[in-house]
Design a binder for this molecule. Structure first.
Ligand SMILES: Cc1cc2nc3c(=O)[nH]c(=O)nc-3n(C[C@H](O)[C@H](O)[C@H](O)COP(=O)(O)OP(=O)(O)OC[C@H]3O[C@@H](n4cnc5c(N)ncnc54)[C@H](O)[C@@H]3O)c2cc1C
Length: 385
């Protein structure tokens, strides 16, 4: 189905609001966040107050009542300034809160979606395991139903947002049984932070996204009530695929914003830096790099917004979300690589923003489905088996 997006006055004003916030509140702290890796509590709390942590959720559940396009614009604008703040919001909305929004019972929404959407707590989603990355169906973490409680055992790795003072809940994919065809029955069960047997490891040290909270989680006879099951038993796989369709659009937006930030730095630098007696921006070799970057970003932004509009319009968008994520993340890697090139040796120095954008870009080709996985999804969607 054809579906285009519209950027009306409301959306443009919204973009300006988020951009102003990012410029005034985030930019002054970017270098410190990068150097120390400290989680930016003040910024995240302010984002909660502004409604950014609940953009696409209904007002009756504490959200801002916005749509997915507005959410994509917000993530893009945050990433233009800082990737760690952008991924904190993205993982919270697309992975942490979305399972409650799309599949939670009324009671679960009241108890969890409301504080998540209001930004009072942060949410996480634990899918990845040491033996189950791209092969998400190979989940080993088990949940056995014993006397009205799920007893959870297993390990999740690379999970975003679980270990901060604001972290409140993680939803896990767990094996709850075996299907008649012999395959694993996978369900989604949430575990509040602080539940005995739920262990949170220290933060990983990462190539980029230094201030984002990423940790390994382990569950050791961790008991939660039977009612912590989200939706129906055995529907965990379908649920997380749906959440991932949305998440991929938001990661695409994060890639557009990261590339945009690197591009703007490069244009400014090229106009200032002189070699051979003239600004390097006057050299056609540099101009062509910047022209290619601008074109690449524009294409990525358009397919990302269109995928968001399709999600808002309730039409199938698995293929478009995968295409947006694939193209935008690879575009971001190309653009940030060229941004460093435009900066020469200075681009390799930590204090230049492009060196941070470059290192933040790589994960976008990996998280929420690698580029290879996106190509597999697209191949399936175009009829190849
Ligand atoms: C900073 C960060 C944050 C993250 N946040 C979260 C989170 O909040 N929640 C969560 O659940 N996970 C999270 N992840 C995990 C992330 O989604 C996985 O790392 C990703 O899905 C890839 O899994 P893997 O690392 O096990 O790689 P693998 O699956 O082992 O892949 C290794 C390589 O093999 C390729 N490959 C694998 N299978 C195939 C195949 N069939 N055909 C062709 N190529 C293939 C892959 O594309 C890749 O290039 C995060 C990761 C990072 C680094």
């Amino acid at each position: 189905m054809e579906l285009l997006y519209e950027l009306d006055d409301e959306k443009n004003l919204f973009r300006k609001t988020v951009r102003d916030f990012a410029e005034q509140e985030i930019r002054p702290q970017v270098e410190q966040m990068w150097d120390t890796g400290e989680f930016p509590y003040d910024i995240v709390r302010k984002m909660g107050d502004l409604g950014i942590l609940g953009i696409p959720f209904p007002e009756e559940y504490g959200g801002a009542g916005g749509d997915y396009l507005a959410y994509a614009i917000a993530v893009e604008e945050l990433a233009r300034v800082d990737g760690s703040c952008a991924i904190t919001v993205e993982a919270h909305i697309s992975l942490g809160a979305s399972p409650f929004h799309y599949f939670g019972s009324e009671e679960q929404k009241r108890e969890w979606l409301v504080p998540l959407a209001q930004g009072k707590i942060l949410g996480s989603f634990g899918l990845t395991e040491p033996e189950a990355g791209s092969d998400a169906g190979n989940t080993q973490t088990k949940a056995d139903l014993v006397n009205g409680e799920w007893v959870i055992n297993g390990t999740k790795c690379f999970i975003t947002n679980p270990g901060t003072e604001m972290s409140g809940v993680v939803t896990l994919t767990v094996v709850t049984g075996v299907r008649p065809n012999g395959k694993k029955e996978i369900s989604n069960i949430y575990v509040p932070k602080g539940t005995p047997g739920y262990n949170i490891a220290p933060k990983y040290k990462k190539m980029g996204w230094h201030a984002s909270d990423t940790r390994e989680l382990s569950f050791d006879d961790c008991r939660v009530p039977e009612s912590n099951l989200i939706g129906k038993r055995g529907e965990g796989f379908r649920q997380f695929l749906d959440c991932l369709d949305g998440g991929r659009i938001a990661i695409a937006a994060l890639a557009v914003g990261t590339a945009q930030g690197a591009f703007e730095e490069s244009v400014n630098y090229a106009k200032e830096r002189k070699q051979f007696g003239t600004p390097i921006a006057s050299f056609q070799a540099i101009q062509f790099k910047l022209a290619d970057m601008a074109t690449d970003i524009e294409i990525a932004r358009n397919i990302t917004y269109r995928a968001a509009a399709m999600r808002d319009g309730g039409v199938p968008h698995t293929k478009e979300a995968a295409m947006a994520k694939l193209f935008s993340s690879e575009m971001c890697m190309r653009t940030t690589t060229q941004a460093v090139q435009v900066h020469g040796g200075y681009g390799y120095m930590d204090e230049y923003a492009v060196s941070r954008f470059f290192r933040d870009a790589k994960i976008l080709e990996i998280g929420e489905g690698t580029s290879e996985v996106q190509r597999m999804v697209i191949a399936r969607e175009i009829g190849l088996r």
